[in-house]
Design a protein. Structure first.
Length: 291
């Protein structure tokens, strides 16, 4: 029985590491621009589908090489969102930019359906074979997911704490107008935020699709969990979003031991609701900027 619970915990950490990737990208944008980007979920979907396209017979790239152009295009989509939609609306009513992000989400999701259809699709991966460590079953794909998440979070930590660009990013998130007056290159910082958010979303979508399947709603379904993780950790707090994502992944998988798997989302969000009743600002509090 102990092995069973350790297996559920392992599954929760795997799922939570991917939710955390989605949530961190969302928190980055919120921490600087102070708006909720509903189209963030579609970057998740586009990353996965573009990888499928570049690894298909149409391009015939080896799967792990196909990830590179897929992420590049996902980043371009993220930058285009900001340049053509969000930047012109940045000084307008916050409701306008919220509605724009919802509309952009529908547009990008239906573009997926137009290009690839609505049927479920999967990657044919040799990494789907399983390994057993001390009685715990885990696939090579899941090992790749966890190692990739650790790598991305390690790079992000180094960028934010050890580089001049990271310090500039944090300064802009604290006070955008003052940072501009102090000579910080706002275009460079803005570009960096959208690149990071797009890479985290697209990479998370690719890793998730490796382990499960692809469908046009995968971004929206996981965006809800990313929102919950950001709220749980404290809006704008990057490391809080990471912890929030892990919490959701672990909670929904541990709950399988007590209820039907069909209700695991209910248990995860129910626990979050109860926690936020007592800590409405999240575990680490609402950050004034990227932290």
């Amino acid at each position: 029985m102990t092995i069973y619970y350790v297996q559920l915990l392992t599954n929760g950490i795997i799922a939570g590491s991917i939710y955390a990737m989605f949530a961190v990208g969302l928190a980055l944008v919120y921490g600087v621009f102070k708006f909720i980007n509903f189209s963030h979920g579609e970057l998740i979907t586009w990353g996965a589908y573009l990888t499928l396209m570049f690894s298909s017979p149409l391009f015939s790239l080896p799967l792990y090489f196909a990830v590179i152009p897929a992420l590049v295009i996902t980043v371009v989509i993220g930058l285009a969102q900001d340049f053509f939609v969000y930047r012109p609306l940045r000084q307008s009513n916050p409701i306008a930019i919220l509605i724009a992000s919802i509309g952009l989400s529908y547009l990008l999701r239906n573009a997926i359906r137009l290009c690839w259809g609505s049927d479920l699709q999967t990657f044919d991966l040799p990494l789907s074979t399983g390994l057993i460590f001390w009685g715990i079953y885990i696939t090579k794909t899941q090992i790749l997911m966890m190692l990739s998440a650790l790598l991305f979070f390690g790079i992000l930590y180094f960028l934010l704490t050890k580089t001049l660009l990271g310090k500039s990013l944090r300064a802009v998130s604290d006070n955008m107008e003052l940072s501009s007056i102090m000579g910080i290159n706002m275009k460079k910082v803005t570009c960096t935020i959208w690149v990071l958010a797009s890479v985290f979303a697209g990479s998370g979508g690719i890793l998730l699709a490796f382990d499960t399947s692809l469908d046009p709603m995968m971004g929206m379904n996981n965006l809800i969990k990313a929102f919950a993780a950001v709220l749980l950790g404290g809006a704008g707090n990057i490391w809080g979003a990471l912890i929030g994502g892990l919490f959701i992944g672990i909670a929904e998988n541990i709950s399988v031991a007590f209820i039907s798997p069909d209700y695991k989302d209910f248990i995860a969000f129910g626990l979050i609701f109860i926690l936020l009743l007592f800590k409405p600002r999240g575990i680490f509090g609402i950050a004034g900027g990227v932290r």
